[in-house]
Design a protein around this ligand. Structure first.
Ligand code: AMP
Length: 401
């Protein structure tokens, strides 16, 4: 029997899919349908015959998934031959209700719908992806894998904001954390690389992509993470501010007459690297910085300084740290970010070997010196594999892996 899982990540105007062997992590095919509902949709599919790109009218998520199924038929691999076991869906917000992946039924859909106020951009799109996949694959079990679930092990003193307690009790205002599948995958992979049991391994994970988050993982369980009620808090990101003084929105409203929506948009879409240097793509930012652009240089410094602050804070949270690990687009590829963020931390047992750091291109690498007490790794994240594994775990055992 195959272990192939169709992994679906539905966004508001996009649908990302892949067929992953849950045992090996190998992707038999993957694709992305973009610009759903915007007239001409763009569809890129990667299979055994290479990459195909098509543009056609894609009005709904159902059109998008049908386009993907057509492409499997036309360009392979054949879905019948892949013998799919299940469909695994990325769902952004599981609130306090979901601490593990869960089988999808009508009751789960109602609960995820109830969480829409906490993730108004993401959960409706995730729900639409689930509805469509249930219609088009009615015979396959479907599983929800939540971005928040891994962080449900945070203790109350870490997830509680010091605000009126009724905000938490009546409205769910607390830290949830995101990128959970990535933090779970990377922290477990790090334990494997160290030859240790995850239950006896303490790791600081730095997920640095378009969105950025840090987590402190104690014995395999997340005990602190930088994103909060929403994915806005914490590290500096491509277009998101991360931490700011919570009084700033009120100040802007009073002084500039900005509306709540304007401030929300500015902090989410016009801040971070983009706000400081006009550029949110890290590769481009690095080029600007290398050419002596002062704003790009400042953005880089603010970005790395924030990472360093979190490493120090999470070191204190964990007490003993076995590894610091970098992952996602920037974490996996920018040796300069890794070097700048951890420079001068030898007293904490953290020392990067610059040759190893500069040579870490693809795959997992240890980039710390042999003498450094704390191992520093680059570990490529693989959220699709984690979703496939958890999905199969639910199908086999009825609960999250
Ligand atoms: P992700 O969200 O994990 O896909 O990461 C996207 C971010 O990684 C973008 O800011 C990219 O510019 C950045 N990135 C991708 N490749 C590189 C690279 N080779 N060097 C620096 N940044 C990169």
């Amino acid at each position: 029997m195959s272990d192939h899982v169709l992994v679906i990540n539905a966004g508001s105007s996009s649908l990302k899919y892949s067929v992953v062997d849950a045992r090996t992590g190998e992707a038999a095919a993957a694709g992305l349908v973009e610009r759903i509902g915007e007239g001409e949709g763009r569809h890129v599919h990667r299979g055994p015959a290479g990459e195909t790109e098509t543009t056609r009218s894609i009005l709904t998520h159902e059109d998008a998934l049908r386009a993907a199924i057509d492409t499997f038929d036309k360009h392979g691999p054949s879905l019948a031959d892949l013998d799919l076991r299940a469909v695994g869906h990325r769902v952004v917000h599981g609130g306090s209700r979901f601490s593990a992946s869960a089988p999808i039924d009508d009751a789960l859909l109602a609960e995820v719908t109830g969480l829409v106020p906490l993730a108004p951009l993401h959960n409706p799109a995730n729900l639409e992806g689930i509805r469509v996949a249930r219609r088009l694959f009615p015979d396959l079990p479907q599983v929800a894998v939540f971005d928040t679930a891994f962080h449900q092990t945070l203790p109350p003193h870490a997830y509680t904001y010091a605000v009126p307690l009724t905000w938490l009790e009546d409205h769910g205002v607390r830290r949830y954390g995101f990128h959970g599948t990535s933090h779970a995958f990377v922290s477990h992979e790090t334990a494997r690389l160290l030859g240790r049991d995850p239950a006896e391994t303490n790791v600081i994970v730095l997920h640095l992509g378009n969105g950025c988050s840090a987590s402190a993982v104690l014995g395999g369980r997340s005990v602190e993470t930088s994103m909060g009620l929403t994915p806005l808090e914490g590290l500096v990101m491509g277009t998101r501010s991360g931490d700011v003084d919570p009084a700033i929105p009120a100040y802007l409203a009073r002084e500039l007459g900005m509306s709540v929506d304007e401030i929300d948009r500015a902090l989410n879409s016009a801040s971070g690297l983009k706000g400081l240097a006009g550029e949110n793509d890290f590769r481009e930012l690095s080029r600007l910085r290398a050419r002596g652009d002062e704003h790009a240089s400042l953005a880089f410094d603010v970005y790395c300084h924030r990472i360093r602050k979190y490493v120090g804070a999470y070191y204190a949270v964990l007490g003993t740290v076995h590894a610091v690990v970098f992952t996602a687009g920037v974490g996996e590829h920018s040796a300069e970010v890794r070097a700048a963020s951890l420079a001068g931390l030898e007293r904490l047992g953290i020392a990067i070997d610059s040759n190893r750091n500069n040579a870490a291109f693809s795959g997992a690498h240890r980039i710390s010196t042999d003498a450094g007490e704390v191992a520093v790794f680059v570990v490529p994240t693989n959220e699709e594999w984690q979703i496939a594994r958890e999905t199969l775990g639910v199908v086999r055992h009825g609960s999250g892996a």
